[in-house]
Write a protein of this length. Structure first.
Lengths: 147, 147
DNA sequence: CCCTTTCGTTTACAACTGTAATCTTAATTT
DNA sequence: AAATTAAGATTACAGTTGTAAACGAAAGGG
């Protein structure tokens, strides 16, 4: 029954809300609003809108608690992150993805464990890595290639 | 004078157009339309709109060639890729970025050179990598932490 | 010189986003 | 009980995006 965690699309502003709820595990609107008002120049009404949209999209679940709601994540944070990143990368030229990832890795702060995790993945790939990955920007039959 | 390559935002559909032009180096609308019609279910009019928007945004430059235009990229492909990926990653929890990158690396086809390039970056980072990267989803003063 | 094709521009239109005010209703306070 | 506050729902509104038709001008074919 694979949790109906179909591809919910979360907008940039909505990500901010999700991050709060993911981090706290659950939260009522007051908490979410208080925290976000500290991070952004958003009015309470704006945050309420975002929460509402996330509920409608199915990214947040609600549990009635007396007069108000408790919001909980309905989708997994790591999964959402992986998917968003993968989707972004997949729309770019296959030939340059590796370099893009290298550049991003370089700019990203990583813990020793992260680095180790990444090294492991790469070492495992080394064995079967192809000599090169072709550009996939043009239609199949087109023999043009990128430089 | 650093090419006025300020942050142009390219939408998903527009990326498809840019990829064609990046790959060919330059192209007239006929070429772009022909190639994209093979990859997508887009009408010529749709592609024209996308080209028009990219020109207006400054992502494509035009050179008059008789009656029509020759379009050339006004922004660098690799830079655009790096930036888009970085921007996406930066809006996610710092603590989980490493894992997200590992998952994406795993799914991405990489050439031997790519893998090597990535290994180099990581090995260089290993020395100074912190024991851990803290979650940055909550406001500063908030001592809550993710698990 | 007309007809047709082609190219770029203008207009269209709904969905999604960022940003927020207002309204309803229930709860809290005096 | 009356007044105030808080929570969620409704409405707003402009800009971006996906998707495309229509239009005007120029070029090419007869």
């Amino acid at each position: 029954m694979a949790a109906t965690e179909i591809a919910v699309t979360i907008s940039d502003a909505e990500w901010r809300v999700m991050r709060i709820v993911w981090t706290l595990g659950q939260a009522d609107s007051r908490t979410i609003i208080d925290l976000l008002e500290q991070q952004h120049d958003w009015k309470a009404a704006t945050i309420k809108t975002l929460i509402g949209r996330l509920v409608k999209k199915g990214a947040l679940a609600t549990t009635k608690d007396g007069r108000q709601f408790i919001y909980t994540p309905n989708i997994d944070e790591q999964t959402a992150m992986d998917t968003a990143l993968q989707t972004e990368l997949d729309q770019m030229c296959a030939m340059h993805r590796g370099t893009a990832l290298a550049h991003v890795l370089e700019q990203t702060e990583l813990s020793r464990n992260d680095v180790q995790e990444l090294l492991d993945v790469l070492n495992k790939k080394l064995a079967t890595a192809p000599a090169e990955v072709a550009c996939d920007c043009l239609p199949e039959n087109c023999e043009r290639s990128c430089e």
